[in-house]
Ligand binder design. Sequence first.
Ligand SMILES: [Zn+2]
Length: 302
Amino acid sequence: MLKKIILSFCLGLSNVAIAKSVALSFDDGLDPSINSEAQQINEDILSTLKENKIHAIVYPSISKIGGTEGLNIISNWGKQGHRIGNHGNLHINLNKNEVNLSHYLQDMQQGHQVFSSIEGFVPRYRFPFLKEGNTLEKRDGVRKWLSTHNYQSGAVSIDASDWYYNQLFLKYQQQKDQASLDKLKQAYIFHLLDRAKYYDDLAVQTLGRSPKHVLLLHVRAINAAWLEDIIYSFKTESWEFIDSDTAYQDTIYKIQPNLLPAGESIVWNIAQIYGVKNLRYPAEDAPYEYLNLAKHGLNIEN
Ligand SMILES: [Zn+2]
């Protein structure tokens, strides 16, 4: 009996000691001809990653970065040891009825042509909006393209709504509303940690283990400003940062769920397969954040 208690105690301790692991991924990129801060935002994110010795992956989309100058900015990721994947050309939502397979494949191919020659490129494709097809033909057609081109899906396990918090960040910044920015920072970090815990708990509940996670973020001003705080907060909550190649070796990223519409976080897909109740769709979206923002003193009118 005593032996059993000691064993349980040791197992308990070892569970505590093993940190949860996460790789950072950043989508889209910015077009310097539209956003005058594009280069600075990119540099700030890269310098925080460097200071923290974290290697991440960026998934640029041609339409989001614009022309040659935008491509040069994104190329700095590869030069600094990060991975560069493919996020297509026109940032198309595959689940829209008007989007057909051949047009979508052409868009992926265009992304491949531009990004595959850059230092640091890896054949990983990040689906825009995490939408992987609303018909069998589209879903399986894209999966076939990925397999034929030796591509891996640049899947996400921790989905979040940084793009929405960024909209608020830009609004308060423009209004020079420091009080709201301070509240937003707390709300944003709480949101990211909350989503990380949510998806990790969902994985443990279904698979019985904590997988190597991939967190979805974007190359945006909010992350240039607060990435250091995000990293610090995750470390405080026992998260360990790993590089994207290590994360994508986890077998959960080999799963091709037989679901329609396809997409969202891979952990969310697994939860669906396991019959977990009350999963919202889409998994993450702006309206879900109103409550968290209100709790942090920001009442969003809508
Ligand atoms: Zn995107």
